[in-house]
Design a binder for this molecule. Structure first.
Ligand code: HEC
Ligand code: HEC
Ligand code: HEC
Ligand code: HEC
Ligand code: HEC
Ligand code: HEC
Ligand code: HEC
Ligand code: HEC
Length: 263
């Protein structure tokens, strides 16, 4: 942990040093980012990509400044942007291809070897990009995530009326903190499977959910982001079951509880 902190410190120091010969470094970063944000904090028509996707160019400057990278310069991630001739129309094939390209730069600062083990599977498979879980511009520190997890538990350990779904099903919202503490994901916290909630600043709001099964299917899509197919395929029976798509992960595995089989 100490080594990692030192490493970050050195990276940022070297960057600032290179640019700080005549400048106060932090003020310089702020100024450069302000130049970018002068345009990018405006909500305007999106860039339309060749496949029809809309790429919105808006960046919320307040949320960016508060993120783990608030002190970083935009172009440390955006090595694709040359401020001297930007904006010029650049051809971007799809949002996914662009995310793949830009997130290569994350690894320049966060070496793969320093990331927790499931990241290695994620990187090897090269399907899910970093921003799908962390976002691109509003990345939270581990400390902020931890605080948020405590808040999730504080609210969700309370007994309250269930959420009634359109088909009449009752969705009980209580989580037992003691049970959760024994689950394999306790250390990561609710962030492991519910990062969409951490990344939105709207929760709790009445999210429309059609049925419990539909919601379960939506959440289990996240399981295979970390437990990649190739990492699970080592067990042949298991792989065949997953491939058949007759069952979803939580038909067999617990998610808020301790025992690994059964809910
Ligand atoms: C931590 C790395 C990082 C930093 C710092 C960063 N970006 Fe990005 N940016 C990304 C990634 C990754 C994408 C593409 C994927 C995505 O949008 O989810 C992206 C995409 C974009 C896009 C295209 C629209 C979009 O959201 O896909 C714009 C515009 C943009 N960034 C502007 C900025 C500006 C302006 C700053 C500085 C205030 C900045 N970025 C700082 C990582 C970063
Ligand atoms: C004068 C306004 C303006 C400024 C200043 C500006 N941008 Fe942009 N930016 C744009 C426009 C317009 C586009 C869309 C270009 C297009 O349609 O192809 C864009 C597109 C982008 C994209 C999407 C990828 C691409 O190249 O189309 C990123 C990322 C981005 N800008 C980052 C930055 C960063 C980082 C800075 C600061 C160094 C910056 N911008 C400064 C107007 C600006
Ligand atoms: C499937 C979701 C997911 C994806 C994709 C993902 N991460 Fe993470 N990341 C997490 C979670 C959950 C944590 C916190 C728990 C942990 O590290 O075990 C985390 C933690 C981190 C940390 C903090 C680690 C530490 O201990 O200091 C960094 C840095 C990080 N991720 C970078 C990345 C980068 C770079 C990528 C892209 C190559 C990426 N992540 C892709 C979910 C993801
Ligand atoms: C120029 C170097 C640089 C780049 C590029 C960069 N980061 Fe970071 N990142 C940092 C620094 C510095 C911190 C702050 C570390 C701290 O506070 O301990 C940080 C913090 C983080 C954290 C929180 C870690 C913690 O322990 O709290 C995550 C997660 C993260 N970055 C993910 C990413 C992702 C994903 C990308 C690409 C989209 C990226 N970073 C690009 C330097 C970088
Ligand atoms: C291992 C993945 C995983 C983790 C970690 C996780 N959840 Fe869930 N959660 C799920 C899945 C899958 C569903 C959907 C299943 C369903 O609706 O029956 C779900 C559903 C929920 C629901 C809707 C009610 C229900 O039980 O169906 C709430 C509330 C909830 N989670 C809160 C939390 C909180 C709070 C935490 C952290 C203490 C957490 N979850 C951690 C996977 C997870
Ligand atoms: C202030 C209390 C509060 C906090 C904090 C809170 N929740 Fe909730 N949560 C709720 C309420 C209330 C609902 C039901 C919303 C509704 O009626 O539609 C809910 C619903 C949910 C659901 C069911 C799906 C949905 O969106 O309706 C999940 C999953 C969930 N919360 C997870 C979390 C996680 C993870 C966190 C922490 C990041 C968290 N909650 C923090 C109160 C809270
Ligand atoms: C953010 C990444 C992440 C997500 C998303 C995630 N897991 Fe995990 N899971 C882990 C980590 C890390 C461990 C503990 C280390 C290990 O043994 O791989 C783990 C452990 C497990 C274990 C116990 C493995 C053992 O060897 O005992 C099971 C079973 C499991 N996860 C199933 C699931 C299911 C089902 C989902 C979706 C509902 C899910 N996981 C979502 C990262 C994740
Ligand atoms: C039909 C039941 C069933 C389904 C569906 C299922 N599993 Fe499993 N899984 C098992 C059994 C049985 C084991 C082995 C017993 C054990 O080690 O606990 C296992 C083991 C695991 C392990 C630990 C060993 C390993 O291979 O790394 C993980 C992680 C895991 N499953 C994740 C998942 C995920 C993610 C899904 C959904 C994509 C899933 N499982 C779907 C029954 C199932």
């Amino acid at each position: 942990m100490k080594d990692k902190k030192l490493c970050y410190f050195l990276m940022v120091f070297i960057f600032f040093f290179c640019f700080s010969i005549n400048n106060n470094s932090l003020a310089f970063t702020k100024k450069l980012n302000q130049q970018c944000l002068k345009c990018h904090k405006l909500k305007r028509a999106p860039k339309v990509l060749p496949n029809g996707e809309k790429m919105y160019l808006y960046v919320d400057s307040e949320r960016f400044n508060k993120s783990a990278h608030g002190v970083l310069n935009c172009i440390l991630c955006h090595q694709d942007i040359d401020p001297s001739n930007h904006p010029k129309p650049v051809k971007i094939l799809s949002k996914k291809s662009y995310a793949k390209q830009v997130t290569q730069n994350c690894l320049g600062c966060h070496a793969e070897s320093g990331l927790s083990s499931f990241h290695k599977n994620v990187i090897k498979e090269n399907k899910v990009t970093c921003d799908e879980c962390h976002t691109a511009h509003y990345i939270k520190t581990m400390e902020a995530i931890k605080e948020q997890t405590e808040a999730c538990i504080k609210c969700h350990k309370l007994e309250r009326l269930p959420k009634i779904l359109p088909n009449g099903e009752k969705m009980y919202l209580r989580i037992n903190p003691k049970e959760f503490a024994k689950s394999p994901h306790a250390e990561i916290g609710c962030f492991a499977c519910h990062f969409d909630i951490y990344n939105s600043n709207k929760h709790p709001y009445p999210k429309p959910i059609k049925s419990k099964r539909a919601y379960a299917k939506e959440v289990v899509k996240n399981c295979v982001k970390c437990h990649t197919y190739s990492s699970l395929s080592k067990h042949r029976g298991h792989a065949a079951i997953i491939k058949s798509k007759k069952f979803i992960c939580i038909d067999c595995h617990a998610y808020h509880k301790s025992n690994s089989l059964g809910r």
